[in-house]
Design a protein around this ligand. Sequence first.
Ligand SMILES: [Mn+2]
Length: 338
Amino acid sequence: MNSADIATIKSLLATPQNIVIIPHKNPDGDAIGSCLGLSKFLDCLGQNSTVVAPNDYPKFLKWIPGNEEILNFERENSQSKRLIEEATLIFTLDFNHLSRTGQMESYLEAASADFIMIDHHQQPSDYARVTYSDVSMSSTCEMVYNFIDSLDGVSKISKDIATCLYVGIMTDTGSFKYASTTSQTHRVVAQLIDKGAENMQIHQQVFDNNSPARLHLLGVALNNLVILEKYKTAYITMSQDELDKHNYSKGDTEGFVNYGLTLDGIIFAVIFIENKEEGIIKISFRSIGDFSANEFAREHFNGGGHTNAAGGRSDFNMEETTERFIELLKNYQKQLNS
Ligand SMILES: [Mn+2]
């Protein structure tokens, strides 16, 4: 953030505001962690803030301090709408297009509040009074730490705040191993541990809480893995039937896509997940190195994200979608093998 932005934020927070903090739809660890961490920090400043999530989020995040206070726009609809309408300041975290909030979009567009965006995805749109956007950042949680630091608030970071921010940095960096993990990320994480974040316990709570059904579903996913050596690519398909057979619940397929990248020589991994209700195939893309999952998703599958991690969708059925995907890879053979 530049000094003008910091000054704007300081002046906005100099008086009590009605603050709403919003993560993207289908919030992940970084989205929930950053929203709750920021909310607790703002409350320390004597502000009144509420986190409103567009929809529900997975069970492995439902222990994070303060998560019971999150409003779900789908469930607590009228209360959420009222808060957005009455808000004087709205923070949007871990996304940069209002369309990423799904049904909330039109209410946010109609809101009279000033917006502050904190986000690390590419190509931010221009809706915020203050846009703190940095694609080199590991996570929005690391940015919230920087945000707190710019307001000279590091001394106010409690154990709960530290825990929230730790969750997001840990999940968005694949436990500190992705390319976006810098020495500064580790410095921030070290601070958070000093402030009371129990790193081992947090890791267990997020990652070691599989249900038997989820592990069986992972078995199905790995069984469906297709390796395209020529393109250094591996992909997984999951049909609605397969999900139903294993009592799929939200978040169960989280991380499955990454298994493709554990294969020697594979630099592009994809998972196609059928969603009959929405009539689409949801797609996640992961890459290693310079091959841009973001551009691939953006250009061909109505999505986007980061260089090495992106999402997208297809309106065709599974067979047509994977056929089209393989066809597209032909145009990338050089890039994938460079
Ligand atoms: Mn993130």
